[in-house]
Design a protein. Structure first.
Length: 342
């Protein structure tokens, strides 16, 4: 079965073809980062319009790269939510329009489930069950995952997510958009002993997170302790910020593994590409004898491959999950814990 995946939840348009027999056949991605950079963040209306321009050319690209024709597609999976409403509507309409034209079933996929399952696309995929740290955009969650659709929420952020804290703190330091990669690169040149920032909820004895106060601490340092901030000062603040957020994420993951008794940890989402976080988790895994699984770097950020893959897994569990009813709706807010086995 060949599944076409369409991702358009925010500022990246991704399409991919996944074959349940042969694996990932092809994927293509267009990032809108350059367009939104001038505004310091994603402009929803511009994002939606750009998805319209990119979707069909990307479809032609993945068909050409895979050697498939449109008629070879057996089902179409698209991101139904969560995300920006207008951007989601573009992907949903393209999917349902293609489904109608090709007489193929369509399936709405949860964006976060795509991220959660993306490490299974790696050369060394994890087996179920495992603990997953989901750090994607506005979401930071710890989950116990026993199978596709079998997700138990252990803890989540109570305010800003890790990705939001990265972007907002980078903006405070004048590092532009997207902030996460920029602040991580700058942190490599910082002195870890110059600034000490708080580790929110590090000792809360639960699996929840809070990063709003950490962002505020960065603001306080920038406003009150630094005059005419220089590049080295920025690097020192960036290092303090990254060290704080990595320590909290690592400690919570270790606690969740201890609580569940599991020995496999999966990292999913854009922050999963962070080098400092990977180094800290790998060190903790070696010390405490568990194993960490990451998505391939190209699948950490939003992409069509994870949507095609998640759709294929859903259809293998339940072939009737996809419908030929081409009326569609999107779910900009859609808690992952609401998602069961279809």
């Amino acid at each position: 079965m060949i599944v076409l995946g369409i991702e358009s939840s925010c500022d990246e348009t991704g399409l991919a073809l996944y074959d349940t027999q042969r694996g990932l056949l092809a994927h293509a991605l267009y990032s809108q980062v350059a367009m939104h950079e001038a505004y310091g963040g994603v402009v929803p209306e511009l994002a939606s319009r750009d998805h319209i321009r990119r979707a069909i050319p990307l479809l032609e690209q993945v068909l050409a790269d895979s050697g498939c024709a449109r008629g070879d597609i057996d089902a179409i999976a698209y991101t139904q939510g969560p995300g920006l409403a207008g951007a989601l509507l573009v992907g949903a309409s393209v999917a349902c329009g293609l489904g109608l034209a090709l007489d193929r079933p369509v399936l709405g996929v949860h964006h976060l489930e795509g991220h959660l399952l993306s490490p299974l696309l790696a050369r060394d995929p994890p087996a179920f069950p495992f603990v997953a740290l989901l750090v994607s955009g506005g979401h930071t969650q710890l989950m116990r995952v026993d199978g596709v659709g079998q997700y138990a929420l252990l803890g989540e952020t109570l305010d800003d997510a890790a990705g939001e804290a990265f972007d907002k703190s980078a903006k405070l330091l004048g590092l532009g958009y997207p902030g996460g990669p920029a602040i991580s690169r700058m942190a490599e040149f910082g002195d870890p002993d110059v600034y000490k920032l708080p580790r929110p909820m590090l000792h809360s004895k639960d699996f929840n997170f809070s990063f709003s106060g950490l962002k505020t601490a960065v603001l306080t340092v920038v406003k009150t302790r630094i005059t005419n901030i220089c590049e080295q000062d920025k690097a020192n603040v960036a290092r303090a910020f990254v060290d704080a957020i990595v320590e909290v994420l690592t400690a919570k993951c270790v606690s969740a593994l201890r609580h569940t008794g599991l020995k496999r940890l999966v990292i999913a989402g854009g922050v999963g590409a962070n080098r400092q976080l990977r180094e800290a988790l790998d060190a903790a895994a070696e010390k405490r004898h568990f194993k960490v699984f990451y998505p391939e770097l190209e699948f950490c950020t939003d992409n069509g491959a994870m949507i095609a893959f998640a759709g294929a897994l859903r259809l293998q569990l339940n072939p009737d999950a996809a419908k030929r009813d081409y009326a569609f709706n999107v779910r900009p807010r859609w808690p992952l814990e609401e998602l069961g086995v279809m």
